[in-house]
Design a protein around this ligand. Structure first.
Ligand SMILES: C[S@@+](CC[C@H](N)C(=O)[O-])C[C@H]1O[C@@H](n2cnc3c(N)ncnc32)[C@H](O)[C@@H]1O
Length: 268
């Protein structure tokens, strides 16, 4: 595990990367031909992926807005950060409360090279970046304690990363270990891909992904995603398709459901 000052990790431009393909679908600039090729193949089979990626980022921002605002949270542990995008967690949180403290965690070397863009904290707050693996929750909790005070509430964010832990037992154990490390009044935010709206196409596209990528992904059912919140009190409206999680007012009625479900839960 390293801090943000680690010099020049080697970037593999011959194999597709989760963070770079995600960036491509979001309309970003940080991707290589190999990422675009897999991203396009994927989107040809499951065109909703562009809307899924964008709705998912919007959920990220609305959930942080809720957590920093209504829930009064001042500390965030965002694991599986991805490449910097619009409305990164610290930007939204510090817009609400400039003293917010954020720890970002990812294991992709390219995300590490872009970490500086994630470390533009306000003077009153703090941002830290950890190059670490979700499969080592104890190491993450220990290193994050340099910036976060775990005796005070923390919002743990696991957005579009749990699908990268295909084994259910391992995924539930990791989340449970991380939540155990948080005090009462802390929160968990999760959203991830599902196979319930256009599941057949999404599953087919995931096969393309898994053949091309060294980091496999697995879609889950709504019930399987809801299980990550076991023992927590779900904030209204519960686990729903993310465009329907506290949507901003709009004149066009209830947004359509997408194969991306998530929610926010409070540790009692
Ligand atoms: C699809 S992106 C999601 C980015 C962001 N959380 C979002 O929802 O927009 C998944 C991120 O998880 C990271 N990731 C995948 N497996 C990981 C692991 N075992 N440990 C740490 N990060 C991981 C990838 O490098 C990538 O940046």
């Amino acid at each position: 595990m390293t801090g943000s000052s680690t010099p020049g990790p080697k970037i593999d431009t011959t194999a597709p990367h989760s963070a770079r393909i995600w960036n491509y679908w979001l309309g970003g600039k940080d991707h290589y031909p190999v990422d675009r090729e897999v991203g396009d193949q994927f989107a040809a089979i499951f065109p909703d992926i562009i809307a899924v990626a964008r709705a998912s980022r919007a959920f990220n921002a609305r959930s942080v807005w809720y957590l920093a605002g209504e829930a009064g949270i001042r500390q965030f542990l965002d694991i599986g950060t991805g490449l910097p995008s619009a409305n990164n967690t610290h930007e939204v949180a510090q817009r609400v409360a400039p003293e917010s403290r954020i720890v970002y965690v990812d294991n992709d070397p390219l995300v590490l090279t872009h970490a500086e863009a994630l470390l533009t904290s306000t003077r009153e707050g703090a941002c830290q970046y950890l190059d670490a693996d979700l499969r080592e929750p104890d190491l993450i909790l220990k290193a994050a304690a340099q910036t976060l005070d775990f005796s005070q509430p923390v919002a743990l964010m696991l957005n579009n990363i749990l699908g990268h832990i295909p084994d259910d037992a391992m995924a539930y154990a990791i989340v449970s270990r991380l939540v155990d490390g948080l005090c009462s009044g802390s929160y968990l935010a999760v959203n991830d891909g599902t196979n319930v709206i256009r599941g057949k196409e999404f599953e087919k596209a995931i096969q393309v992904w898994n053949q091309a990528s060294s980091v496999p992904y697995r879609l889950r059912s709504i019930e399987q995603i809801a299980r990550f919140f076991d023992g927590l009190e779900l904030v209204e409206p519960g686990v729903v398709s993310v465009p329907r999680w506290r949507p901003e007012a709009n004149p066009f009625g209830v947004p359509a459901e997408l194969d991306e479900f998530g929610g926010v839960g409070r540790k009692p």
